[in-house]
Ligand binder design. Sequence first.
Ligand code: FPP
Length: 260
Amino acid sequence: MTYTSSTVRVPDVAAVPRHIAIIMDGNGRWATQRRLPRVAGHTRGVDAVRAAVEACARRGVEYLTLFAFSSENWRRPNDEVSFLMRLFVTALEREIGKLHANGIRLRVVGDLAMFDTRIQDLIRRAETKTARNTRLTLTIAANYGGRWDIMQATRKLVDQSVAAGRPVEVTEEAFAEHLAMAYAPEPDLFIRTGGEQRISNFLLWQLAYTEFYFTDTFWPDFDADALGHAIESYAERERRFGRTSAQLEPQSQNVDSLPC
Ligand code: FPP
């Protein structure tokens, strides 16, 4: 299992983040500024997704996680929700061959039961086709919510206890094993475009010690250079994980015995 808890053990830190998680915000405002319908911003947003995937693969980022549709996005007008679903299907059908050819593994996390079965089948086929790729894992969070994730992991622990006829031991790592992204390390860098400074029910558990980067740039304008600036900002951060600056060498020591 790749997941290690940053609150149990200090993870290794490098200048290039292993895992970047992004809230792609500002599509609607990008379009409105140009007197275009909001959905035109989503269409351009797909181009920015492609640019981000390419830039991450080039820079050696191992995991890129994109918040495409939150549990709360169902509250949007029906026609915008339907447009986003169609856009997702079209993008997946069109890009999956290229992702595979470039060694990219695709995963989709979220409550997929809410999507129609055609979309669910397409997702499963794309995941299966790319399952053995190792260059970059691209995760699309769709109908995802951090609280949903924590609840579904809790239910699995409860189910395990019921099946065992006794309460299973509840540790951070036993719990995190049931999170939807148990296959990935916690994000090193969280980026939100579009000017808002909130995490909007994204990876609530995993963002405990993630570095945050907020930019006013709207998602359709977030290109390889913009990603480069975010990574440069990250490289300048001192990631202490509860320690003092003086303790920072050597990295990767177990925090069990350290005061917070
Ligand atoms: C937020 O901007 C964006 C979304 C809710 C959808 C993001 C979807 C894409 C970028 C395209 C599909 C993705 C994939 C992975 C193929 P907003 O509409 O909230 O913008 P606003 O805040 O300016 O209104």
